[in-house]
Design a protein around this ligand. Structure first.
Ligand SMILES: Cc1cc2nc3c(=O)[nH]c(=O)nc-3n(C[C@H](O)[C@H](O)[C@H](O)COP(=O)(O)OP(=O)(O)OC[C@H]3O[C@@H](n4cnc5c(N)ncnc54)[C@H](O)[C@@H]3O)c2cc1C
Length: 418
């Protein structure tokens, strides 16, 4: 039975593990934080629940639909009814593209990170949490993962690596990977570059309405300090009645200029920017929270194909580094086509399911499985021959069928967030 280690229990790692749970492989995920879902992150504070990374997902392909509505429990899902409107730096607020607004937007009542928790529960995935992998060692084609407490997790035939590309480059450079291969892989990974982004969550003692009862406002000219402003009240069970919780994602350019600013200064600037943008007067700010995402979302992609030489050594890769779409461009000229892309790119999480769980990881891992399946079959035949001698023709039977059983450990995760 092949043993596979997955580094990262974000949506890429979880989607791959969820698929692999259907096979005979023994899979262990290693996650540096306490929670699941990575940048699809949720937090609780003062009776509120809010999504401070990815804000929602859309169901735009069969893989995502099957996962959400067939494989996972649906009672915790919540649909966001309002549309996404646009605003410009000089304060012009307009309704968004009706076509892009037509698709349903979803999160969970317990926050978007519920998605990862449900995947872990339903497929009984084994996740070693609070375990940061700092180095990979290889002996006789078997991988050991060394964590930050120098503990070795050994005996893996393959490792699937899913964190943002800069983290993966650092990890590979610390690892026992043949020099030429390491250079090739890290050179490709460096093609994927990420925007940094501050997220500021603001809780107000009163109600705030967006124009047109929109759910969110997205900056269309990329000139505003705020790139995205959304209303967590539109997600069921997120905000107590009579209060408002707004999520402001500052623009990547603004984030870069203010990367080392104090938390209080960030909150003050975000609050003032919201105050100026919205037509109605804001109720008193009760509290605020910030998150500094160093690698929020990529704006350029590494090629999944170009990483294939890693497979020979048992190293596989997944993650949004291979999707490479960021919603908020830097200095690119904005035209209607770009605008369309920016709105489409909110579907990145969906793409991760589609590309990572199904086709891409599947395609990458298939030769590996075949190799192991062939070994397993020939081992079995060898054992058979030792017991009973050769069959009539003296030839081994061809592999004709694969049977998929859901396997998994009894490990149940407790539900703390990162
Ligand atoms: C502010 C913000 C807003 C966003 N908005 C949207 C949106 O609206 N729509 C959308 O589709 N996408 C959005 N995204 C992007 C989306 O969240 C990501 O593309 C997606 O979640 C990436 O999933 P992943 O599994 O590839 O990576 P991650 O979620 O980053 O998962 C990688 C995991 O690896 C773990 N890890 C890292 N290094 C190690 C190590 N050495 N050892 C062990 N574990 C490790 C990390 O803790 C993490 O859990 C947004 C992201 C941010 C930050």
């Amino acid at each position: 039975m092949p043993r596979i280690a997955i580094i990262g229990a974000g949506l890429s790692g979880l989607a791959a593990a969820f698929q692999l749970a259907e096979t005979e492989a023994e899979v262990v995920l290693f996650e540096k934080s306490k929670g699941f879902s990575g940048r699809a992150a949720s937090r609780s504070k003062n009776g509120c629940r809010y999504d401070y990374g990815a804000n929602y997902f859309k169901v735009n392909c069969n893989d995502v639909a099957a996962l959400l509505f067939r494989d996972l429990p649906t009672e915790g899902l919540c649909r966001i009814m309002g549309d996404v409107w646009t605003f410009t730096a000089d304060g012009l607020i307009e309704s968004g593209d009706p076509k892009l607004n037509a698709g349903a937007k979803w999160s969970y009542k317990g926050g978007i990170s519920t998605l990862g928790k449900l995947m872990v529960e339903v497929a009984s995935l084994r996740v070693e949490r609070e375990t940061t992998i700092t180095r990979l060692e290889n002996e006789n084609d078997s991988w050991s993962l060394i964590d930050d407490e120098l503990k070795a997790h050994s005996g893996f035939d393959a490792v699937l690596i899913t964190p943002p590309a800069p983290h993966v480059i650092a990890l590979l450079n610390q690892s026992e990977v043949e020099e030429g291969l390491c250079e090739r892989l890290t050179a490709e990974l460096s093609q994927s570059r990420y925007h940094s982004q501050f997220c500021v969550a603001m809780n107000f003692a009163g109600e705030i309405g967006f124009p047109g009862q929109a759910y969110a406002l997205i900056n269309s000219d990329r000139e505003h300090s705020i790139a995205w402003l959304s209303h967590e009240n539109q997600k069921a069970d997120h905000v107590p009645e009579g209060e408002t919780l707004l999520i402001a994602q500052m623009s990547p350019a603004w984030t870069q200029d203010h990367y080392n600013d104090a938390k209080e200064d960030l909150i003050a600037i975000a609050h003032e920017a919201v105050n100026t943008l919205l037509p109605s007067e804001l109720p008193p700010l009760k509290w605020a929270d910030t998150q500094r995402w160093r690698y929020a979302h990529p704006y350029s992609a590494a090629s999944f194909e170009a990483m294939k030489p890693g497979a020979e050594a048992g190293l596989f890769f997944a993650g949004d580094a291979f999707i490479g779409k960021g919603r908020f461009g830097g200095a690119e000229h904005l035209d209607s086509e770009n605008e369309q892309h920016r709105c489409d790119d909110v579907g990145n999480v969906n793409q991760i399911f589609h590309e990572m769980s199904g086709s891409k990881v599947g395609a990458g891992l298939f030769p590996f499985f075949l190799k192991h399946a062939e070994h397993a079959v020939s081992d079995e035949i060898d054992a058979h021959h030792v017991d009973r001698g050769e069959n009539e023709s003296g030839k081994s039977e061809p592999l004709t069928e694969f049977s998929f059983n859901r396997t998994g450990s009894e490990d149940r995760a407790d539900h703390r967030d990162s």
